[in-house]
Design a protein around this ligand. Sequence first.
Ligand code: FNR
Length: 363
Amino acid sequence: MIAQRKDDHVRLAVEQQQRHSGRNQFDEVSFVHHALAGIDREDVSLATAFAGITWRVPLYINAMTGGSEKTGIINRDLAVAARETGVALASGSMSAYFKDPDCADTFSVLRRENPDGFVIANVNANASVDMALRAVDLLRADALQIHLNTVQETVMPEGDRSFASWVAQIERIAAGVGVPVIVKEVGFGLSRETVLLLDGLGVRVADLGGRGGTDFARIENGRRDLADYAYLTGWGQSTAACLLDAWDAPMPVLASGGVRNPLDVARALALGASGVGASGTFLRTLLDDGVTALVERISTWLDQLAALLTLLGARTPADLARCDLLIHGGLRAFCADRGIDPGPFARRSTSFDAPYETTGSTR
Ligand code: FNR
């Protein structure tokens, strides 16, 4: 049953990538162009540090799969891609392993093929502390993701209908698991209120996991006989909106959901993310074109991300948070309703040391 679901998710997610129109709310974020802001490429480092974690690059392959024969092969290839490019890698939900330990190998391959990489285990918010420890142990994981997916569970024919215990369970896992805990949404977004709540539960990092890419309401609706939850397609806040909402949150945030290209990575970093994840788009490359193509694609993203930092005058990903950003359209309306002033984002470079040398007037 679980193995079939895992295969369905992969098939439906890739179909969705093929049909995806391409536009999302990252298009409503643009950088103010400063023609003399550029620096030298050799002065750019892509390293990022947050919550005691250091990554060589601020990109990761976010949680997807494991638990069936086919998805074990996908995990092997994702691990190879992570090893070859140096990006961090998250496992898909490890519930299948708790129900059937015979599928352990479909998850542990993530570590076997990627012995020195940053590997993240993944459990649901119903998991016990013991399960969380087993998940971390199986992957010798550097961190643990707990995924929040109430919308997905609601639409999933065999999904959970009880969510009230999650808050207490997250607190127990965060206190007992011994590695940093990252709580992530699966594509509907973490609101500012949720991030603040998580901060009080001992969670170290929030992966905002917003709308704009893989839509699990649509995927699960495709698994229902009557497809009668079509009206939930598009539920939630976009990743760009979540970043603005959580701009001054007390904990580091990661951004995922609808990240399509290196510019989206730069936009998310400029909106305050410490790292940026992608799932569906990398899965599609892997399944359509193979692991070598995925390695090439991730390498190209990293190369172009460094190029964007160079032209923007950012020596590190964190420096992007000093670049001037314009917020347009629906995203600007979201800011107004949530009490966020987009104005200061457009004038940030003058309130820090400018990324370029100036003599007096900055304009
Ligand atoms: C996912 N995602 C996911 N997330 C999670 O925490 N546990 C999981 O088991 C899965 N499973 C899964 C399967 C497949 C096939 C896909 C494509 C995705 C969600 C994923 O981590 C991410 O949050 C969303 O896919 C949104 O990011 P993208 O796809 O828009 O980059």
